[in-house]
Design a protein around this ligand. Structure first.
Ligand SMILES: NC(=O)c1ccc[n+]([C@@H]2O[C@H](COP(=O)([O-])OP(=O)(O)OC[C@H]3O[C@@H](n4cnc5c(N)ncnc54)[C@H](O)[C@@H]3O)[C@@H](O)[C@H]2O)c1
Length: 250
């Protein structure tokens, strides 16, 4: 038995149409997981699906996680793909703005996607009818949730909320054999980062890159950490925040 295998596990991934979520889908598929891919754009989800081995089962849910009650769609996919034993909440948005531009609406939008929707989905799939006897939930947080960065007050607050929410949810769900962890990446080369670098300019971007002793990361670096936390190799790990940051936070 390979403890790192995801064979016979079904993993639901939000934000599966790009960046880290897409890479999580591909890597989990390589490790044998069946996949339920959730995102807003059907074509981009199909593009992700096309990169996954035909040997695993896949299903797609096209939805905005803040707008829709997802229980019916999840129930339908559980029927066709399998009971869920892994969940990765990867959908997220980032905004870098001076504090004076941080409106209540901006806080709300960031919290709706990064925090509330993820925990709402976790609530749905922690019901016995949708999940396997043993399950693992992984929330993608950020180093911004543990160290400060100018212009990220709302984003950092949302990721801090994810990290501390996970810490309280873990002991509550342990009795149901559900492990709950977060991963805190630093800068990863994805569309979210490209957009941020455009906003802050070249000089500020190169300052941030310099703060990573191992350079900026790839989506696969985070996906591999997800595979580990979803697998039985991590069966005694819950409530933790795994920092995957090329040394940024040290
Ligand atoms: N890239 C980085 O440097 C970095 C660093 C730390 C943490 N993160 C976190 O990693 C996660 C993934 O980010 P990424 O870098 O892959 O960026 P990305 O923009 O490529 O991916 C984010 C995904 O979330 C989806 N999404 C956003 N709002 C949604 C909504 N309302 N409903 C459904 N889907 C929605 C987007 O469509 C996109 O597919 C985010 O939570 C981000 O905060 C990223």
């Amino acid at each position: 038995m390979n403890a790192f295998s995801l064979k016979n596990k079904t993993v639901l991934i939000t934000g599966a149409s790009s960046g880290i979520g897409k890479s999580c889908a591909v890597e989990c598929g390589k490790h044998g997981a069946n996949l339920i891919l959730l995102g807003r754009n059907k074509e981009r989800l199909e593009e992700t699906q096309s990169q996954i081995s035909k040997e695993v089962k896949t299903g797609i849910i096209v939805a905005d996680i803040t707008q829709e009650n997802l229980e019916n769609s999840i129930a339908e996919k559980v029927e066709s793909v399998g009971k869920i034993s892994g969940f990765i909440h990867c959908a997220g948005i980032e905004k870098t703005l001076p504090f004076k531009k941080h409106s209540a609406e901006i806080f709300q939008e960031i919290f709706d996607i990064n925090v509330i929707s993820g925990f709402e989905i976790a609530k749905i799939i922690s019901q016995k009818k949708y999940r396997d006897d043993v399950a693992s939930f992984v929330f993608i947080a950020s180093v911004a949730g543990i160290v400060g960065e100018i212009g990220k007050t709302a984003y950092s607050a949302s990721k801090g909320a994810v990290i501390s929410g996970v810490r309280s949810l873990a002991p509550e769900l342990a009795r149901n054999n559900i492990r709950v962890n977060s991963i805190s990446p630093a800068m990863i080369n994805t569309p979210i980062l490209e957009k941020m670098f455009e906003n802050i300019g070249e000089e500020a971007a190169s300052e941030i890159i310099k703060k990573h002793p191992l350079g900026i990361g790839t989506a696969e670096d985070v996906a591999n950490a997800c595979v580990f936390l979803l697998s039985d190799a991590a069966k005694w790990i819950t409530g933790s925040n795994l920092v995957v940051d090329g040394g940024y936070s040290i």
